[in-house]
Design a protein. Structure first.
Length: 284
């Protein structure tokens, strides 16, 4: 099995993603319904790096991920992927998404869902099934290629979603709380699979999560965000090789990093709770 040093430690790593002064406001400034979701966020993400966005609910983590993925334009600022400006349009040649909810078409089998994704990316038809089966084998789902999504458990469907992200062979994988609906044991196993995937493919992965343990176990760097409007509060370097063993979770450093994350987030979570009780007062 291959082993990879965290890319955040490599000085020569060119950025895969560049985020500069990104602000996102929903609604017109000054209007009662206006929401400032992100405020002047800047971040470089190196090629082959695993970065987790960690913060309280509503702090703009998913919004930032969607801006990087080209699902909409920021109000101000810009994002570049592989040196190309992202301007509210997806880059399927560079970026694949894995969402919290399954995005499999229920009326197609697993392998038919792969064919649709690969067709959309422009992959030659002759490669569809080979790519699909190789990716499914990587996550232990090859024997379910002819099954329909409703014949699979939630965890199995997320394995298929991960495999589809592998099959399209993009250099960047954006993951929005992909394990949130899973039980703890399945989350741990899929987390190990994801660490192995990173070590073997060198993909750049940006991962949104609310789980402190998940962030520490998976990340090269953890980007801790403030309560809304989301800003970068601090960035924590984890400094462990991939793939990671569950034994890492038994080490004192794992507990120290998890506790550091909680200490940084505690006040931000309280601010979010206060804003939910008194929206007008918290927004001032």
């Amino acid at each position: 099995m291959s082993s990879r040093e965290p890319s955040a430690t490599r000085a020569d790593a060119a950025p895969a993603i560049t985020i500069r002064n990104v602000t996102q406001r929903f609604g017109d400034a000054g209007a009662n319904e206006s929401v400032l979701a992100l405020d002047d966020v800047s971040l470089d993400i190196a090629r082959g790096e695993f970065v987790c966005l960690l913060g309280p609910s509503g702090c703009g983590k998913s919004t930032l991920l969607n801006i990087v993925g080209g699902l909409f334009r920021p109000t101000t600022g810009e994002v570049k992927v592989a040196g190309r400006k992202v301007d509210g349009a997806p880059h399927p040649d560079e970026i694949a998404f894995v969402f919290q909810e399954s995005t499999l078409f229920p009326w197609y089998t697993v392998i038919e869902n792969f064919r649709i994704a690969l067709k959309f990316q422009g992959v030659p038809k002759s490669e569809w099934d080979d790519r699909a089966m190789a990716a499914l084998r990587a996550v232990g789902m090859a024997s379910f290629a002819r099954h329909y999504p409703n014949q699979l458990s939630v965890g199995m469907r997320q394995r298929v979603n991960m495999a589809r992200g592998i099959a399209v062979k993009t250099s960047i994988l954006l993951m929005d709380e992909p394990f949130a609906a899973l039980d703890e044991q399945t989350r741990m196993v899929l987390g190990e699979d994801l660490s192995i995937l990173l070590a073997e493919t060198g993909k750049t992965i940006v991962f949104v999560t609310h789980s402190l343990a998940e962030a520490v176990f998976l990340s090269d760097r953890i980007v801790v965000m403030t309560a809304r409007p989301g800003k970068i509060k601090t960035i924590i370097n984890v400094g462990e090789k991939h793939p990671r063993s569950p034994d890492f979770m038994l080490e004192p450093r794992f507990s120290e990093l998890r506790n550091e994350c909680y200490a940084l987030l505690r006040d931000e979570i309280r601010k979010t709770m206060a804003s939910q009780r008194d929206p007008q007062g918290a927004g001032a």
